[in-house]
Design a protein around this ligand. Structure first.
Ligand SMILES: Nc1ncnc2c1ncn2[C@@H]1O[C@H](COP(=O)(O)OP(=O)(O)OP(=O)(O)O)[C@@H](O)[C@H]1O
Ligand SMILES: C[C@@](O)(CCOP(=O)(O)O)CC(=O)O
Length: 212
């Protein structure tokens, strides 16, 4: 296997073979879709990493809140979203890769799914750190579908960088429509798995790495 172990003072992770950079609007179904992919690939091969996880952990600690609830998809998280965004942006201004580095710390699986890229700086950070290994995936659902899943337009959130930072300027390698029909979603996941395979082969060829 082509795994290189990186160990520096602050983090220990195993070099990934491929990284899926997921983005999408609120309630488009990023967690739903990434969970399905992980089930297909198994948790041994594939981990789901959330840039918002270290953010929510520290925010919960500082504000005496329930971290698990902030990770969920309910109203509890939504009532703190605006303030978490403000808090996270303060940290990102000091160091744009701050949450990216924390999120990947200790990852040992060969396939990483970053389930919540929101800003151009997130995509740039991964592309620079892991050249040739990133696949950019956008999850899309209609406003009607998102509303049925509990989304309500909120000024200051849905029109701000946290939700709109990747609306322009990124060429997505794959766009997944997630409006509900299981068979349509299934077919798109198959296509994404094929894309990952060919991206990995290209990356191996460029780096002169022979398959396992
Ligand atoms: N294809 C689908 N079929 C059935 N339910 C779905 C589908 N996609 C998403 N959902 C449901 O919609 C809700 C929102 O999905 P999810 O939490 O994956 O979205 P998200 O984009 O991660 O949301 P956010 O980050 O805004 O919390 C969840 O309850 C999820 O189970
Ligand atoms: C605060 C924030 O990380 C919340 C993300 O929550 P979620 O991915 O929608 O569960 C959004 C952001 O970083 O702008």
């Amino acid at each position: 296997m082509n795994v290189e172990h990186i160990s520096i003072t602050v983090m220990t992770y195993t070099q990934p073979r491929i990284i899926l950079l997921f983005s999408g609007k609120r309630k488009s179904g990023k967690d739903y879709v990434t969970d399905l992919i992980q089930k297909r690939l198994t948790a041994e091969m594939c981990c789901i990493l959330r840039l918002s996880a270290p953010l929510k952990r520290q925010y919960a600690k500082d504000h005496n809140l329930d971290y698990e609830e902030l990770l969920g998809s309910g109203q509890y998280k939504e009532s703190y979203r605006a303030d978490m965004i403000r808090w996270g942006e303060m940290k990102r201004q000091q160091d744009s890769g701050f949450f990216c580095r924390l999120a990947i710390k200790h990852s040992i699986q060969p396939i990483w799914i970053i389930s919540d890229c929101r800003r151009m700086s997130d995509v740039q950070w991964f592309r620079e750190e892991f050249p040739g290994k990133c696949v950019c995936v956008r999850v899309e659902a209609s406003e009607q579908t998102r509303s049925q899943r509990g989304w309500r337009f909120t000024t200051g959130i849905d029109d701000a960088e946290s939700e709109c930072g990747l609306d322009e300027g990124v060429k997505f390698d794959c766009i997944i429509r997630n409006d509900g029909a299981d068979d349509i979603l299934e077919k798109q996941l198959e296509d994404l798995l094929s894309l990952m395979k060919s991206q990995e082969e290209d990356s191996n060829t460029q780096n002169n790495i022979k398959p396992d």
